[in-house]
Design a protein around this ligand. Structure first.
Ligand SMILES: [Ca+2]
Length: 206
């Protein structure tokens, strides 16, 4: 059963400004990520094992001085008039799932795009959807591109759309259950990017 996409926060995109010297792998350090409070519905002791269940704090490794370049950056979307909230709330740093913190888009697969402002090297992406209730997230697709129209040079860094229903290719990543730990994609883009885009559908399992 599909539901509208509900986002508490999306894309803690840690990145380095393009042109800075990349540190060797041995100099990578954990990026401090502030977690939201756990949801009010406890994680069931049993769940469908076909889904990944994030149960630990995400550890994003990146060079020192790495910053969250998504913070406060402009957001555009396939749904310019959210059912709940405003698009700017997606990059305001508030990851809590309650009213006043979440953005809900229309009841079909939707996308949001974040303008990072300059060409960056991306070390990882962390996403928080609404984790107040136990939901699985499928058809989650993360792409980055150095052009705002996402036509040429698009890099897909996460795709769990197993049947390609979103029209962006068949994904091999696992569907997952949303918790307050969020979802970390530690799969650096191979080339600098100025925009990041995410598409999502959800389904409720409880
Ligand atoms: Ca699908």
């Amino acid at each position: 059963m599909k539901h509208a996409m509900i986002i508490a926060a999306i894309l803690l995109t840690t990145a380095h400004a393009n042109g800075q010297t990349a540190r060797p792998a041995g100099d990578l350090a954990p990026v401090e990520i502030t977690l939201p409070k756990p949801g009010t519905v406890p994680t069931p002791k049993k769940h469908d094992n076909s889904y990944e269940l994030p149960t630990t704090r995400p550890v994003l490794m990146a060079p020192p001085r790495t910053a969250n370049l998504a913070l406060k950056r402009p957001v555009t979307s396939s749904d310019s008039q959210p059912i709940i909230g405003e698009l700017a709330m997606i990059t305001d740093g508030d990851k809590e799932p309650q009213s006043g913190s979440i953005v809900e888009l229309g009841p079909s697969p939707q996308w949001v795009q974040i303008d990072l402002g300059r060409s960056c090297t991306i070390y990882g992406v962390a996403i928080w959807h609404n984790h107040s209730r136990f939901r699985s997230y499928k058809d989650v697709i993360l792409q980055v591109c150095d052009e705002p129209d996402f036509i040429n040079g698009v890099q897909t860094i996460f795709n769990n759309d197993k049947d390609g229903s979103a029209g962006l290719g068949w994904g091999k990543d696992r569907e997952y259950m949303e918790t307050h730990f969020g979802k970390l994609v530690q799969k650096p883009a191979s080339r600098p990017a100025t925009s990041a885009s995410g598409a999502t559908a959800t389904r409720r399992t409880t």
